[in-house]
Design a binder for this molecule. Sequence first.
Ligand code: DC
Length: 229
Amino acid sequence: MNLRKIVIAIDGYSACGKSSTAKLVANILGYRYIDTGAMYRAVTLYFMEHHVAITNPKEVSRALQQINIAFVVNSKNVTETFLNGLNVEKTIRSMRVSERVSEISAIKEVRMAMVEQQRKMGKEKAVVMDGRDIGTVVFPQAELKLFMSADLLVRAFRRQKELLEKDRMIDLDDVITNIVQRDEIDTTRAESPLRKADDAILIDTTHVSLDEQVDEVVRLALAKMIINA
Ligand code: DC
């Protein structure tokens, strides 16, 4: 059967399973997975480490020119984020980066630079990209757009468990506060705020297991990939 290559755009709130779903779907379809949140996290880490004055657009633009972000697949077939040649996969998931990332990803110059790179990465299609503005701004022509959400408490439990699996014990209260703050900044910022594209399919993952989510997305993707479907 002839399958065409498509772009799968997955947007949604923080911690509702976008990246876990996107990774597995990409593996099943043999697509590239691009975690755009990791790119904003890497920029945030760089800005923090280099004390970039985020209210100064010239300084922000200069700093952005010094940043090289790459995704490298390791021996366990897990994609890791590299910032200027250094593996920052673990550091960018820390609470100190999570606490600053929404503020920094709201900066116009930061978004323009990241969107340009993301468009290049998805040019050849056959990608699953997750983030906040993929279906609305980065790839408004994506063949399949999904918008994921889930109840706040369920999201917080899942995120806490994920952090625990990485040996990080964070109070549920702190996880909830961070998710609420990020949702607030992500949905109300002036530059490409998080919103569901009109043609995106809404997926509520509150009562759905990861396996079920993945099956559903693969089914939707295949329906778009079958030529003339
Ligand atoms: O997906 P994540 O939680 O790792 O993303 C971290 C932050 O990056 C999120 O709070 C908002 C920002 N982000 C964004 O503004 N646009 C994207 N396409 C992806 C993430």
